[in-house]
Design a protein around this ligand. Structure first.
Ligand code: GTP
Ligand code: MG
Length: 202
């Protein structure tokens, strides 16, 4: 999948005001600061398209980006969402973000895949496992996307994967589709885009 064009469409808290769900859509979800906005920027090769910050809680709205809206191409959406669960983000804000995320997830029939981002340097967290459990129960399609992986050597990656395989085996019969990515080096970009291309053409 080649990205020829990417543009910001709209930000809001109200899923009803999101673009008409008539194109394939891919959402990026995960704990605050995990690297959702950075990965979107890396996928589209535009460092400033989605706003990023070292401070958790930067993305506060549902942000739609339209990709490849050009003659002869099939446009689709990337969606950047607020993060969940970061202790340093005040609870009232965390609750607002959770409401936005739930409202969004339950109102987008065009959602082809939810990319659940997980910082590969951190051991499996209950909040991420619970989130994926709920996605599984709701039969929403998702894939795991490990982030910040340039910080780990191959041994560290193997150990992290084993820990996740063990934790996920308690919940799911099969390990989900997963990607090992870095917004810094671009690792995993081609794999994620190829996956999107496959889903777009289904
Ligand atoms: P919220 O919008 O606050 O939920 O955060 P987010 O998940 O969108 O994270 P964001 O992309 O803003 O990145 C958070 C921090 O992590 C920033 O300081 C990024 O530079 C850093 N970061 C993101 N991706 C990577 C990565 O692949 N490697 C490294 N080393 N740092 C990263
Ligand atoms: Mg963000």
């Amino acid at each position: 999948m080649k990205i020829h064009q990417a543009e910001f469409v709209i930000s809001n808290t109200d899923p009803a005001k999101c673009p008409k769900p008539d194109r394939p859509e891919y959402a990026f979800i995960g704990r605050s600061n995990v690297g959702k906005s950075s990965l979107i920027n890396r996928l589209v090769q535009r460092p400033d398209l989605a706003k990023t910050s070292g401070k958790p809680g930067k993305t506060q709205l549902i942000n739609h980006f339209r990709i490849n809206d050009l003659k002869g191409e099939t446009p689709w959406y990337l969606v950047d969402l607020p993060g969940f669960g970061f202790a340093k983000v005040p609870k009232t804000i965390r609750d607002q973000f959770a409401t936005i995320i739930t409202g969004y997830l339950t109102s987008r029939p065009n959602l082809q895949c939810i990319f659940v981002l997980i910082d590969m340097r951190i051991p499996p967290q209950k909040i991420d496992l619970d989130f994926m459990t709920r996605l599984g129960e709701a039969e929403l399609p998702f894939a795991m996307v490990f982030t910040k992986t340039e910080k780990l050597k191959s041994g560290g990656r193997q150990l992290a994967l084993e820990a996740y395989r063990e934790a996920m085996a308690e919940i799911f019969d099969t390990f989900p589709t997963y990607f090992v990515t870095s917004a810094v080096t671009g690792e995993g970009r081609d794999e994620v885009l190829t996956y999107i291309e496959e889903l777009n053409s289904e």
